[in-house]
Design a protein around this ligand. Sequence first.
Ligand code: ADP
Length: 534
Amino acid sequence: MFFLRTIRRRLVTGFTFAFVLLLGMTAAAIWGLERHQAAVERLDYLVHRSPDKARLEAAVTRILRPFAAKIDLNKDAAVRLLQYDYLKKINAAQAEANEFYTRSLDAPRDPELQTLGYGGPHPLLTVTMNAVRRELSDLAALSTKLNFSDVTDFQTRQNARDAIELQVGKGIAAINSTLSRLPEHDQLANVESSLRAEQKESTRVMKNVRLLILVALISYAIALFFGFRWISNPLRAVASGASRIANGDTDYRLPPVFRWKDEFYDLTHNFNRMADRFQESEDQLNAKVEERSRQLVRSERLAGIGFLAAGVAHEINNPLQAMSMAAESVQFRLMDHLDPDHPDAAEIRERLEMIQRESKRCGQITRRLLDFARNERQEKQKEDLTRVVGEVLAMIRPMSRYQDRTIVFERAAPLIIEINASQMKQVVLNLVSNALQATNAGGRVEIRLEEHTDWVVVVVEDDGQGMKQENIVHLFEPFYTTKETGEGTGLGLSITHRIIEDHHGTIDPRSEGPGRGSSFTIRLPRRQPQQKAA
Ligand code: ADP
Protein backbone atom coordinates (compact mmCIF):
# COMPACT_ATOMS: atom_id res chain seq x y z
CA MET A 1 0.00 0.00 0.00
CA PHE A 2 2.66 2.47 -1.11
CA PHE A 3 0.16 5.24 -1.84
CA LEU A 4 -1.57 5.00 1.53
CA ARG A 5 1.31 4.41 3.91
CA THR A 6 1.73 7.97 5.17
CA ILE A 7 -0.81 10.74 5.64
CA ARG A 8 1.04 12.85 3.09
CA ARG A 9 0.76 10.13 0.48
CA ARG A 10 -2.87 9.52 1.41
CA LEU A 11 -3.67 13.20 0.95
CA VAL A 12 -1.79 13.35 -2.36
CA THR A 13 -3.58 10.18 -3.56
CA GLY A 14 -6.98 11.52 -2.48
CA PHE A 15 -6.48 14.92 -4.06
CA THR A 16 -5.11 13.38 -7.27
CA PHE A 17 -8.14 11.10 -7.47
CA ALA A 18 -10.49 14.03 -6.89
CA PHE A 19 -8.63 16.03 -9.53
CA VAL A 20 -8.84 13.18 -12.07
CA LEU A 21 -12.56 12.89 -11.31
CA LEU A 22 -12.99 16.61 -11.84
CA LEU A 23 -11.07 16.41 -15.12
CA GLY A 24 -13.26 13.48 -16.19
CA MET A 25 -16.44 15.39 -15.43
CA THR A 26 -15.17 18.48 -17.19
CA ALA A 27 -14.14 16.40 -20.22
CA ALA A 28 -17.56 14.73 -20.25
CA ALA A 29 -19.28 18.12 -20.09
CA ILE A 30 -17.13 19.55 -22.90
CA TRP A 31 -17.60 16.42 -24.97
CA GLY A 32 -21.39 16.55 -24.48
CA LEU A 33 -21.50 20.24 -25.41
CA GLU A 34 -19.37 19.66 -28.50
CA ARG A 35 -21.61 16.81 -29.62
CA HIS A 36 -24.61 19.02 -29.09
CA GLN A 37 -23.04 21.86 -31.03
CA ALA A 38 -22.16 19.49 -33.87
CA ALA A 39 -25.74 18.20 -33.93
CA VAL A 40 -27.14 21.75 -34.05
CA GLU A 41 -24.73 22.64 -36.85
CA ARG A 42 -25.74 19.58 -38.84
CA LEU A 43 -29.41 20.41 -38.39
CA ASP A 44 -28.71 23.96 -39.45
CA TYR A 45 -26.86 22.66 -42.47
CA LEU A 46 -29.61 20.22 -43.35
CA VAL A 47 -32.29 22.88 -43.02
CA HIS A 48 -30.48 25.84 -44.60
CA ARG A 49 -27.55 24.71 -46.68
CA SER A 50 -28.08 21.20 -47.99
CA PRO A 51 -28.99 20.68 -51.69
CA ASP A 52 -32.80 20.54 -51.97
CA LYS A 53 -33.91 18.72 -55.13
CA ALA A 54 -37.59 19.16 -54.35
CA ARG A 55 -37.13 22.91 -54.20
CA LEU A 56 -35.41 22.90 -57.63
CA GLU A 57 -38.15 20.71 -59.11
CA ALA A 58 -40.80 23.06 -57.75
CA ALA A 59 -38.97 26.06 -59.20
CA VAL A 60 -38.80 24.30 -62.61
CA THR A 61 -42.51 23.39 -62.44
CA ARG A 62 -43.37 27.03 -61.64
CA ILE A 63 -42.02 28.05 -65.12
CA LEU A 64 -45.32 26.88 -66.57
CA ARG A 65 -47.41 28.90 -64.18
CA PRO A 66 -47.58 32.17 -66.22
CA PHE A 67 -49.34 30.25 -68.97
CA ALA A 68 -52.14 29.29 -66.61
CA ALA A 69 -53.26 32.90 -66.26
CA LYS A 70 -56.05 33.95 -68.61
CA ILE A 71 -54.80 36.89 -70.62
CA ASP A 72 -56.15 38.89 -73.54
CA LEU A 73 -53.83 37.87 -76.36
CA ASN A 74 -55.05 40.79 -78.43
CA LYS A 75 -53.27 43.13 -76.11
CA ASP A 76 -49.53 43.35 -76.74
CA ALA A 77 -48.89 44.56 -73.22
CA ALA A 78 -50.49 41.45 -71.77
CA VAL A 79 -48.32 39.28 -74.01
CA ARG A 80 -45.20 41.21 -72.88
CA LEU A 81 -46.22 40.66 -69.28
CA LEU A 82 -46.55 36.92 -69.97
CA GLN A 83 -43.11 36.97 -71.55
CA TYR A 84 -41.72 38.86 -68.57
CA ASP A 85 -43.31 36.47 -66.03
CA TYR A 86 -42.08 33.50 -67.98
CA LEU A 87 -38.51 34.78 -68.08
CA LYS A 88 -38.69 35.60 -64.38
CA LYS A 89 -39.68 32.04 -63.56
CA ILE A 90 -36.88 30.70 -65.76
CA ASN A 91 -34.39 32.98 -64.04
CA ALA A 92 -35.68 31.78 -60.70
CA ALA A 93 -35.33 28.15 -61.80
CA GLN A 94 -31.80 28.87 -63.07
CA ALA A 95 -30.92 30.51 -59.78
CA GLU A 96 -32.35 27.53 -57.93
CA ALA A 97 -30.35 25.15 -60.18
CA ASN A 98 -27.18 27.12 -59.47
CA GLU A 99 -27.93 27.09 -55.74
CA PHE A 100 -28.58 23.36 -55.89
CA TYR A 101 -25.30 22.77 -57.70
CA THR A 102 -23.32 24.96 -55.35
CA ARG A 103 -24.88 23.29 -52.28
CA SER A 104 -24.19 19.88 -53.78
CA LEU A 105 -20.56 20.78 -54.30
CA ASP A 106 -20.46 22.20 -50.83
CA ALA A 107 -21.78 19.07 -49.08
CA PRO A 108 -18.60 17.26 -48.20
CA ARG A 109 -19.40 17.43 -44.49
CA ASP A 110 -22.38 15.17 -44.84
CA PRO A 111 -21.23 11.61 -45.39
CA GLU A 112 -24.75 10.52 -46.24
CA LEU A 113 -25.04 13.05 -49.04
CA GLN A 114 -21.56 12.24 -50.18
CA THR A 115 -22.47 8.61 -50.65
CA LEU A 116 -25.43 9.81 -52.69
CA GLY A 117 -22.99 11.62 -54.94
CA TYR A 118 -23.53 15.18 -53.72
CA GLY A 119 -20.24 15.83 -52.02
CA GLY A 120 -17.73 17.44 -54.39
CA PRO A 121 -17.79 17.50 -58.20
CA HIS A 122 -19.39 14.13 -58.79
CA PRO A 123 -19.40 13.23 -62.52
CA LEU A 124 -23.10 12.37 -62.50
CA LEU A 125 -23.95 15.58 -60.70
CA THR A 126 -21.98 17.79 -63.06
CA VAL A 127 -23.32 16.10 -66.18
CA THR A 128 -26.91 16.27 -64.93
CA MET A 129 -26.72 19.84 -63.86
CA ASN A 130 -25.10 20.90 -67.15
CA ALA A 131 -28.00 19.21 -68.96
CA VAL A 132 -30.52 20.99 -66.71
CA ARG A 133 -28.80 24.32 -67.34
CA ARG A 134 -28.88 23.72 -71.09
CA GLU A 135 -32.52 22.79 -71.01
CA LEU A 136 -33.30 25.91 -68.98
CA SER A 137 -31.38 28.01 -71.51
CA ASP A 138 -33.41 26.37 -74.28
CA LEU A 139 -36.58 27.29 -72.40
CA ALA A 140 -35.25 30.81 -71.95
CA ALA A 141 -34.61 31.00 -75.69
CA LEU A 142 -38.28 30.13 -76.25
CA SER A 143 -39.25 33.45 -74.67
CA THR A 144 -38.27 35.30 -77.85
CA LYS A 145 -41.20 33.54 -79.54
CA LEU A 146 -43.61 35.16 -77.11
CA ASN A 147 -43.79 38.28 -79.25
CA PHE A 148 -46.88 38.57 -81.41
CA SER A 149 -46.48 42.18 -82.46
CA ASP A 150 -46.43 41.34 -86.16
CA VAL A 151 -49.34 38.88 -85.82
CA THR A 152 -52.69 40.51 -85.79
CA ASP A 153 -54.94 37.54 -85.92
CA PHE A 154 -56.17 36.45 -82.54
CA GLN A 155 -56.46 32.82 -83.45
CA THR A 156 -52.89 32.68 -84.79
CA ARG A 157 -51.73 34.33 -81.57
CA GLN A 158 -53.68 31.80 -79.59
CA ASN A 159 -52.18 28.89 -81.55
CA ALA A 160 -48.63 30.21 -81.17
CA ARG A 161 -49.09 30.66 -77.37
CA ASP A 162 -50.49 27.09 -77.07
CA ALA A 163 -47.58 25.69 -79.08
CA ILE A 164 -45.09 27.52 -76.83
CA GLU A 165 -46.90 26.29 -73.73
CA LEU A 166 -46.71 22.77 -75.08
CA GLN A 167 -43.02 23.16 -75.80
CA VAL A 168 -42.38 24.63 -72.36
CA GLY A 169 -44.32 21.74 -70.80
CA LYS A 170 -42.18 19.30 -72.69
CA GLY A 171 -39.03 21.15 -71.69
CA ILE A 172 -40.09 21.03 -68.04
CA ALA A 173 -40.81 17.33 -68.32
CA ALA A 174 -37.40 16.85 -69.88
CA ILE A 175 -35.74 18.76 -67.05
CA ASN A 176 -37.62 16.73 -64.44
CA SER A 177 -36.63 13.49 -66.10
CA THR A 178 -32.99 14.69 -66.19
CA LEU A 179 -33.20 15.58 -62.53
CA SER A 180 -34.64 12.19 -61.73
CA ARG A 181 -31.25 10.77 -62.69
CA LEU A 182 -29.87 12.31 -59.54
CA PRO A 183 -30.26 10.18 -56.41
CA GLU A 184 -33.25 11.01 -54.23
CA HIS A 185 -32.55 12.71 -50.96
CA ASP A 186 -35.30 13.53 -48.57
CA GLN A 187 -34.34 16.59 -46.55
CA LEU A 188 -37.08 16.13 -43.94
CA ALA A 189 -36.16 12.48 -43.42
CA ASN A 190 -32.55 13.54 -43.03
CA VAL A 191 -33.45 16.15 -40.45
CA GLU A 192 -35.51 13.63 -38.52
CA SER A 193 -32.83 10.97 -38.58
CA SER A 194 -30.32 13.56 -37.48
CA LEU A 195 -32.60 14.55 -34.60
CA ARG A 196 -32.99 10.92 -33.58
CA ALA A 197 -29.21 10.45 -33.67
CA GLU A 198 -28.81 13.56 -31.54
CA GLN A 199 -31.36 12.25 -29.03
CA LYS A 200 -29.54 8.94 -28.87
CA GLU A 201 -26.25 10.72 -28.37
CA SER A 202 -27.71 12.93 -25.64
CA THR A 203 -29.03 9.88 -23.81
CA ARG A 204 -25.57 8.35 -23.98
CA VAL A 205 -23.97 11.54 -22.68
CA MET A 206 -26.52 11.77 -19.88
CA LYS A 207 -25.84 8.14 -18.95
CA ASN A 208 -22.12 8.80 -18.78
CA VAL A 209 -22.63 11.97 -16.77
CA ARG A 210 -24.90 10.11 -14.33
CA LEU A 211 -22.29 7.37 -14.01
CA LEU A 212 -19.62 9.96 -13.31
CA ILE A 213 -21.81 11.65 -10.69
CA LEU A 214 -22.38 8.25 -9.07
CA VAL A 215 -18.63 7.57 -9.05
CA ALA A 216 -18.05 11.05 -7.59
CA LEU A 217 -20.61 10.46 -4.84
CA ILE A 218 -19.19 7.04 -3.97
CA SER A 219 -15.66 8.47 -3.98
CA TYR A 220 -16.79 11.30 -1.74
CA ALA A 221 -18.34 8.80 0.71
CA ILE A 222 -15.18 6.67 0.64
CA ALA A 223 -12.98 9.74 1.12
CA LEU A 224 -15.17 10.85 4.02
CA PHE A 225 -15.05 7.41 5.64
CA PHE A 226 -11.30 7.00 5.33
CA GLY A 227 -10.70 10.65 6.15
CA PHE A 228 -12.41 10.04 9.49
CA ARG A 229 -10.69 6.74 10.00
CA TRP A 230 -7.21 7.77 9.00
CA ILE A 231 -7.03 11.41 10.03
CA SER A 232 -9.88 12.64 12.17
CA ASN A 233 -10.19 9.69 14.59
CA PRO A 234 -6.44 9.34 15.33
CA LEU A 235 -6.22 13.10 15.78
CA ARG A 236 -9.09 13.02 18.26
CA ALA A 237 -7.51 10.07 20.08
CA VAL A 238 -4.22 11.97 20.37
CA ALA A 239 -6.00 15.13 21.52
CA SER A 240 -8.11 13.35 24.15
CA GLY A 241 -5.08 11.30 25.34
CA ALA A 242 -3.04 14.49 25.64
CA SER A 243 -5.75 16.17 27.68
CA ARG A 244 -6.11 13.06 29.87
CA ILE A 245 -2.40 13.12 30.65
CA ALA A 246 -2.47 16.90 31.08
CA ASN A 247 -5.29 16.44 33.60
CA GLY A 248 -3.09 14.22 35.74
CA ASP A 249 -3.67 10.69 34.44
CA THR A 250 0.05 10.20 33.91
CA ASP A 251 -0.27 6.40 33.64
CA TYR A 252 -2.36 6.74 30.50
CA ARG A 253 -0.68 5.93 27.19
CA LEU A 254 -2.06 6.44 23.71
CA PRO A 255 -3.14 3.20 22.06
CA PRO A 256 -1.55 2.44 18.65
CA VAL A 257 -3.91 4.29 16.31
CA PHE A 258 -3.07 2.67 13.02
CA ARG A 259 -1.48 -0.44 11.71
CA TRP A 260 0.77 1.45 9.26
CA LYS A 261 3.83 3.30 10.39
CA ASP A 262 2.56 6.71 9.36
CA GLU A 263 2.91 10.15 10.95
CA PHE A 264 0.30 9.26 13.58
CA TYR A 265 2.29 6.18 14.51
CA ASP A 266 5.36 8.38 15.09
CA LEU A 267 3.28 10.97 16.90
CA THR A 268 1.72 8.37 19.22
CA HIS A 269 5.03 6.66 19.80
CA ASN A 270 6.86 9.89 20.59
CA PHE A 271 3.97 11.18 22.64
CA ASN A 272 4.07 8.03 24.77
CA ARG A 273 7.84 8.36 25.12
CA MET A 274 7.37 11.93 26.21
CA ALA A 275 4.73 10.81 28.73
CA ASP A 276 7.15 8.12 30.01
CA ARG A 277 9.87 10.69 30.51
CA PHE A 278 7.44 13.07 32.07
CA GLN A 279 6.30 10.37 34.47
CA GLU A 280 9.89 9.37 35.17
CA SER A 281 10.87 12.90 36.07
CA GLU A 282 7.69 13.28 38.10
CA ASP A 283 8.57 10.10 40.01
CA GLN A 284 12.08 11.39 40.57
CA LEU A 285 10.69 14.66 41.75
CA ASN A 286 8.29 12.88 44.08
CA ALA A 287 11.12 10.75 45.42
CA LYS A 288 13.17 13.89 46.01
CA VAL A 289 10.27 15.60 47.73
CA GLU A 290 9.74 12.50 49.86
CA GLU A 291 13.42 12.38 50.76
CA ARG A 292 13.46 16.08 51.59
CA SER A 293 10.32 15.72 53.70
CA ARG A 294 11.91 12.80 55.50
CA GLN A 295 15.00 14.89 56.08
CA LEU A 296 12.85 17.69 57.37
CA VAL A 297 10.98 15.38 59.72
CA ARG A 298 14.31 13.97 60.81
CA SER A 299 15.76 17.40 61.49
CA GLU A 300 12.63 18.47 63.32
CA ARG A 301 12.71 15.35 65.38
CA LEU A 302 16.40 15.83 65.99
CA ALA A 303 15.80 19.38 67.10
CA GLY A 304 13.02 18.21 69.44
CA ILE A 305 15.14 15.43 70.79
CA GLY A 306 18.04 17.81 71.20
CA PHE A 307 15.91 20.08 73.26
CA LEU A 308 14.55 17.23 75.38
CA ALA A 309 17.88 15.50 75.64
CA ALA A 310 19.66 18.60 76.82
CA GLY A 311 17.32 18.84 79.79
CA VAL A 312 16.53 15.21 80.56
CA ALA A 313 20.01 13.83 80.00
CA HIS A 314 21.52 16.42 82.24
CA GLU A 315 18.96 15.76 84.96
CA ILE A 316 19.29 11.99 84.73
CA ASN A 317 23.06 11.98 84.53
CA ASN A 318 23.59 13.17 88.11
CA PRO A 319 21.21 10.68 89.83
CA LEU A 320 22.68 7.94 87.65
CA GLN A 321 26.17 8.79 88.77
CA ALA A 322 24.97 8.92 92.36
CA MET A 323 23.31 5.49 91.95
CA SER A 324 26.44 4.04 90.43
CA MET A 325 28.67 5.46 93.14
CA ALA A 326 26.27 4.38 95.88
CA ALA A 327 26.20 0.84 94.49
CA GLU A 328 29.97 0.82 94.30
CA SER A 329 30.38 2.00 97.88
CA VAL A 330 27.72 -0.48 99.09
CA GLN A 331 29.63 -3.24 97.32
CA PHE A 332 32.92 -2.29 98.93
CA ARG A 333 31.43 -2.00 102.41
CA LEU A 334 29.36 -5.10 102.16
CA MET A 335 32.16 -7.18 100.73
CA ASP A 336 34.33 -6.21 103.64
CA HIS A 337 31.75 -7.45 106.17
CA LEU A 338 29.96 -10.14 104.27
CA ASP A 339 31.02 -13.69 104.75
CA PRO A 340 32.04 -14.94 101.30
CA ASP A 341 30.53 -18.28 102.21
CA HIS A 342 27.21 -16.76 102.99
CA PRO A 343 24.64 -18.36 100.63
CA ASP A 344 23.42 -14.90 99.37
CA ALA A 345 26.88 -13.37 99.01
CA ALA A 346 27.34 -14.26 95.34
CA GLU A 347 23.89 -13.07 94.37
CA ILE A 348 24.26 -9.79 96.28
CA ARG A 349 27.57 -9.14 94.53
CA GLU A 350 26.11 -9.93 91.18
CA ARG A 351 23.09 -7.66 91.71
CA LEU A 352 25.29 -4.80 92.88
CA GLU A 353 27.50 -5.22 89.82
CA MET A 354 24.38 -5.24 87.70
CA ILE A 355 23.25 -1.93 89.22
CA GLN A 356 26.66 -0.45 88.42
CA ARG A 357 26.76 -1.89 84.90
CA GLU A 358 23.28 -0.79 83.94
CA SER A 359 23.64 2.67 85.43
CA LYS A 360 26.89 3.02 83.47
CA ARG A 361 25.03 2.03 80.33
CA CYS A 362 22.33 4.55 81.12
CA GLY A 363 25.09 7.08 81.63
CA GLN A 364 26.46 6.22 78.20
CA ILE A 365 23.07 6.75 76.64
CA THR A 366 22.59 10.11 78.29
CA ARG A 367 26.08 11.10 77.23
CA ARG A 368 25.28 10.20 73.67
CA LEU A 369 22.05 12.11 73.89
CA LEU A 370 23.99 15.08 75.11
CA ASP A 371 26.42 14.65 72.25
CA PHE A 372 23.49 14.59 69.94
CA ALA A 373 21.88 17.62 71.46
CA ARG A 374 25.05 19.61 71.21
CA ASN A 375 24.46 21.50 68.04
CA GLU A 376 27.30 23.95 67.93
CA ARG A 377 29.71 23.80 65.05
CA GLN A 378 32.86 21.94 65.81
CA GLU A 379 36.19 23.32 64.72
CA LYS A 380 37.61 21.60 61.67
CA GLN A 381 41.21 21.52 60.69
CA LYS A 382 43.56 19.58 58.46
CA GLU A 383 43.91 16.08 59.84
CA ASP A 384 45.27 12.80 58.61
CA LEU A 385 42.19 10.63 58.04
CA THR A 386 44.33 7.47 57.84
CA ARG A 387 45.53 8.17 61.39
CA VAL A 388 42.00 8.87 62.62
CA VAL A 389 40.74 5.53 61.27
CA GLY A 390 43.84 3.76 62.60
CA GLU A 391 43.25 5.07 66.10
CA VAL A 392 39.61 3.90 66.10
CA LEU A 393 40.64 0.46 64.93
CA ALA A 394 43.36 0.31 67.54
CA MET A 395 40.68 0.88 70.13
CA ILE A 396 38.28 -1.74 68.73
CA ARG A 397 40.66 -4.53 67.74
CA PRO A 398 41.58 -5.62 71.28
CA MET A 399 37.89 -6.01 72.24
CA SER A 400 37.45 -9.65 73.09
CA ARG A 401 34.00 -10.10 71.55
CA TYR A 402 35.22 -9.16 68.08
CA GLN A 403 38.34 -11.32 68.17
CA ASP A 404 36.91 -13.80 65.71
CA ARG A 405 36.16 -11.10 63.07
CA THR A 406 38.61 -9.85 60.47
CA ILE A 407 39.02 -6.11 60.22
CA VAL A 408 40.78 -5.02 57.07
CA PHE A 409 42.32 -1.58 56.64
CA GLU A 410 45.20 -1.53 54.26
CA ARG A 411 45.97 2.11 53.81
CA ALA A 412 49.12 3.50 55.38
CA ALA A 413 49.68 6.67 53.38
CA PRO A 414 48.41 9.79 55.11
CA LEU A 415 45.29 11.42 53.72
CA ILE A 416 44.98 15.04 54.70
CA ILE A 417 41.49 16.44 54.89
CA GLU A 418 39.74 19.23 56.76
CA ILE A 419 37.67 17.58 59.52
CA ASN A 420 36.90 17.59 63.19
CA ALA A 421 38.97 14.60 64.24
CA SER A 422 37.00 13.61 67.34
CA GLN A 423 33.68 13.78 65.46
CA MET A 424 35.12 11.77 62.61
CA LYS A 425 36.38 9.20 65.10
CA GLN A 426 32.84 8.89 66.39
CA VAL A 427 31.58 8.36 62.82
CA VAL A 428 34.14 5.63 62.07
CA LEU A 429 33.52 4.03 65.45
CA ASN A 430 29.75 3.94 64.86
CA LEU A 431 30.06 2.48 61.39
CA VAL A 432 32.72 -0.11 62.27
CA SER A 433 30.95 -1.25 65.44
CA ASN A 434 27.61 -1.55 63.55
CA ALA A 435 29.40 -3.58 60.89
CA LEU A 436 31.01 -5.83 63.50
CA GLN A 437 27.68 -6.32 65.25
CA ALA A 438 26.05 -7.24 61.93
CA THR A 439 28.58 -9.99 61.27
CA ASN A 440 28.84 -13.42 62.83
CA ALA A 441 31.98 -15.22 63.87
CA GLY A 442 34.44 -15.35 60.94
CA GLY A 443 32.88 -12.22 59.43
CA ARG A 444 34.87 -9.59 57.61
CA VAL A 445 34.77 -5.81 57.84
CA GLU A 446 36.76 -3.68 55.44
CA ILE A 447 37.49 0.02 55.63
CA ARG A 448 38.73 1.75 52.50
CA LEU A 449 39.81 5.31 51.88
CA GLU A 450 39.65 6.61 48.32
CA GLU A 451 41.31 9.80 47.30
CA HIS A 452 39.89 12.11 44.61
CA THR A 453 40.92 15.61 43.61
CA ASP A 454 38.31 17.42 45.65
CA TRP A 455 36.73 14.54 47.49
CA VAL A 456 37.61 11.77 49.86
CA VAL A 457 35.52 8.64 50.04
CA VAL A 458 35.33 6.42 53.11
CA VAL A 459 33.76 3.00 52.62
CA VAL A 460 32.90 0.68 55.50
CA GLU A 461 31.84 -2.67 54.13
CA ASP A 462 30.86 -5.92 55.83
CA ASP A 463 29.66 -9.34 54.77
CA GLY A 464 27.14 -9.54 57.59
CA GLN A 465 23.38 -9.77 57.86
CA GLY A 466 22.62 -7.03 55.31
CA MET A 467 19.57 -4.81 55.31
CA LYS A 468 16.14 -4.76 53.74
CA GLN A 469 15.34 -1.92 51.39
CA GLU A 470 12.43 -0.76 53.54
CA ASN A 471 14.76 -0.51 56.55
CA ILE A 472 17.41 1.51 54.72
CA VAL A 473 15.10 4.51 54.37
CA HIS A 474 14.71 4.72 58.17
CA LEU A 475 18.36 4.21 59.13
CA PHE A 476 19.07 7.84 59.95
CA GLU A 477 15.96 8.39 62.02
CA PRO A 478 16.75 8.84 65.71
CA PHE A 479 15.89 5.78 67.84
CA TYR A 480 15.50 3.59 64.80
CA THR A 481 17.03 0.24 65.69
CA THR A 482 16.47 -3.39 64.78
CA LYS A 483 18.61 -4.60 67.63
CA GLU A 484 17.14 -6.25 70.66
CA THR A 485 16.01 -4.08 73.52
CA GLY A 486 19.00 -3.02 75.53
CA GLU A 487 21.38 -3.76 72.66
CA GLY A 488 21.05 -0.60 70.57
CA THR A 489 19.95 2.96 71.14
CA GLY A 490 19.18 3.79 67.54
CA LEU A 491 21.18 7.00 67.86
CA GLY A 492 24.51 6.01 66.26
CA LEU A 493 23.58 6.57 62.64
CA SER A 494 21.56 9.73 63.27
CA ILE A 495 24.57 11.25 65.02
CA THR A 496 26.79 10.02 62.18
CA HIS A 497 24.48 11.57 59.62
CA ARG A 498 24.45 14.85 61.46
CA ILE A 499 28.24 14.97 61.67
CA ILE A 500 28.61 14.17 57.95
CA GLU A 501 26.11 16.87 57.05
CA ASP A 502 28.00 19.26 59.26
CA HIS A 503 31.10 18.39 57.22
CA HIS A 504 29.15 19.11 53.99
CA GLY A 505 29.41 15.47 52.96
CA THR A 506 27.00 12.70 52.12
CA ILE A 507 26.47 9.20 53.42
CA ASP A 508 24.99 6.45 51.29
CA PRO A 509 23.94 3.11 52.86
CA ARG A 510 23.62 0.11 50.53
CA SER A 511 22.77 -3.53 50.79
CA GLU A 512 21.85 -6.21 48.29
CA GLY A 513 19.39 -7.58 50.84
CA PRO A 514 19.30 -9.70 54.01
CA GLY A 515 22.33 -11.96 54.39
CA ARG A 516 24.28 -10.19 51.63
CA GLY A 517 26.32 -7.68 53.64
CA SER A 518 26.12 -3.88 53.81
CA SER A 519 28.23 -0.92 52.87
CA PHE A 520 28.25 2.70 53.98
CA THR A 521 29.91 5.16 51.61
CA ILE A 522 30.84 8.61 52.90
CA ARG A 523 31.88 11.40 50.59
CA LEU A 524 33.66 14.31 52.23
CA PRO A 525 35.00 17.47 50.66
CA ARG A 526 38.72 17.86 51.17
CA ARG A 527 38.28 21.45 52.11
CA GLN A 528 35.35 22.86 54.05
CA PRO A 529 33.58 25.77 52.36
CA GLN A 530 34.25 29.18 53.89
CA GLN A 531 31.66 29.96 56.56
CA LYS A 532 29.97 33.24 56.08
CA ALA A 533 30.45 35.64 58.92
CA ALA A 534 27.32 35.79 61.05
P1 ADP B 1 21.90 0.99 66.85
O1 ADP B 1 23.21 0.45 66.35
O2 ADP B 1 21.96 1.46 68.23
O3 ADP B 1 20.73 0.11 66.55
P2 ADP B 1 22.25 2.80 64.73
O4 ADP B 1 21.63 4.12 64.39
O5 ADP B 1 23.72 2.76 64.79
O6 ADP B 1 21.60 2.31 66.04
O7 ADP B 1 21.78 1.74 63.70
C1 ADP B 1 20.43 1.67 63.38
C2 ADP B 1 20.12 0.36 62.69
O8 ADP B 1 20.77 0.27 61.44
C3 ADP B 1 20.61 -0.85 63.39
O9 ADP B 1 19.68 -1.27 64.41
C4 ADP B 1 20.74 -1.90 62.32
O10 ADP B 1 19.47 -2.52 62.06
C5 ADP B 1 21.03 -1.08 61.11
N1 ADP B 1 22.44 -1.19 60.73
C6 ADP B 1 23.42 -0.28 60.92
N2 ADP B 1 24.58 -0.71 60.35
C7 ADP B 1 24.34 -1.93 59.86
C8 ADP B 1 25.16 -2.91 59.18
N3 ADP B 1 26.48 -2.72 58.94
N4 ADP B 1 24.57 -4.07 58.81
C9 ADP B 1 23.26 -4.29 59.05
N5 ADP B 1 22.43 -3.39 59.66
C10 ADP B 1 22.98 -2.25 60.08
